[in-house]
Design a protein around this ligand. Structure first.
Ligand code: FAD
Length: 334
């Protein structure tokens, strides 16, 4: 494998509800820094049906080039179709580094591509850097229960691939005048070649709270004592128009669903305000919320580690304090 054949930093541009997904914009921001260090170009790969126009968004957020596979066959994400497109593009243009968002689509595609290419994949990265002279990607992620950061290298193969958690990298400020090069790509593929068919998309009927998009999160832990205690934070959240978050122990106890879990094995969140109520502050929880704007902890133990990661702390029984707060906010907010 001749490393000199591999050039450029690539980002898989995920489409979500007709837009480029926020995580892809964040990766363009991170990718730009890597590209500048390596004095190379930043490119996006866009796969979908009627997605050509989205290339413009990618240029405005830093991409120099976008490779576009635009065909009705890519209307819905399917591992097989997207994988074939990505593999063809990688084999043809040979990127040095290829980044994907650690979303369900990004993780699925990255792992499928990694099974076919003779290279590695670092999953769930939270820090990225590159060695200027060698081009070696330094992909870091929490390891051993979040107690250390491991930096993982792929020394012998190219491209170097990583999935990156949403909300940890910063998107560039949008430059509406930015231009780039759109490169149309296609592969010979027909429906008959594909083993999976999408028959119907059924949207979830339960009202799912998007903690990754909320401005305010009221999160509860085992200190709330049980499902009934946990309801008290739901009322506070409703009053504030907030989403409900949870520690892993609460999710494992079955008090609330997994998509509410904040932390290393849950969602990384950066709301403007984060309430941590009856949560001890284990490192695996902290890594998922430490970049919140304002962190307010309520815990009956004054020595609870959560207070070290909070801007404000209230020491006391959450089951007494939370209803008082809810009432005070109800009055204040009318
Ligand atoms: P506890 O640690 O039991 O803390 C309860 C807290 O409530 C205590 O501080 C106590 O003082 C306080 N309290 C008790 N009663 C009251 C009261 N009446 N009023 C106020 N305060 C009260 N955890 C996550 O959250 N997210 C993750 O993604 C995650 N990933 C993990 C991955 C791995 C590989 C491992 C090993 C662990 C992971 N964990 C994760 C688990 C984590 O280590 C902790 O066990 C968990 O966060 C603890 O949850 P907790 O704070 O709700 O419970």
């Amino acid at each position: 494998m001749n490393f000199d054949d591999y050039r450029g930093i690539w980002v898989f541009l995920e489409e979500k509800d007709g837009e480029v997904a926020q995580v892809s914009l964040e990766l363009l921001g991170a990718g730009k820094l890597l590209a500048e260090k390596r004095k190379t170009e930043l490119a996006g790969v866009l796969i979908g049906d009627n997605v050509r126009l989205l290339a413009r968004t990618a240029f405005e957020y830093g991409a120099d080039k976008v490779y576009v596979f635009d065909d009705p066959i890519y209307r819905f994400y399917r591992t097989e179709t997207f994988m074939k497109a990505m593999l063809a593009c990688v084999e043809k243009h040979k990127p040095e580094i290829l980044l994907y968002g650690a979303t369900s689509t990004g993780k699925d595609l990255a792992s499928a591509v990694a099974t076919d290419l003779p290279t590695g994949l670092t999953a769930d990265t939270t820090q990225l850097d590159v060695e200027e002279d060698t081009g070696l990607l330094l992909a870091s992620r929490p390891a051993f229960g979040g107690n250390i950061m491991a930096t993982i290298l792929c020394k012998k193969y190219r491209p170097q691939m990583a999935t990156v958690r949403p909300k940890v990298m910063k998107a560039l400020i949008r430059d509406r005048d930015a231009k780039g090069e759109l490169i149309e790509e296609s592969i010979p593929i027909t429906e008959a070649d594909i083993r999976t068919k999408v028959l119907e998309i059924v949207r979830s009927t339960t009202q799912r709270v998007r903690i990754d998009e909320a401005d305010i999160i009221v999160a509860g832990g085992k200190g709330l004592g049980g499902p009934a205690g946990f309801q008290t934070i739901q009322r506070l959240a409703d009053t504030l128009g907030a989403a409900v978050g949870a520690s892993r122990d609460v999710v494992e106890a079955g008090w609330i669903g997994h998509h509410h879990q904040v932390g290393q094995t849950g969602v990384t969140v950066t709301p403007k305000i984060y309430f941590a109520i009856g949560i001890s502050g284990a490192i695996q929880h902290i890594v998922g919320m430490q970049n919140s704007g304002l962190i307010i902890a309520i815990n009956k133990d004054p020595a609870a580690p959560i207070f070290q990661s909070s801007h404000y702390g209230i020491v006391g029984d959450a089951l007494t304090i939370v209803p008082m707060l809810t009432e005070a906010f109800q009055i204040a907010l009318g």
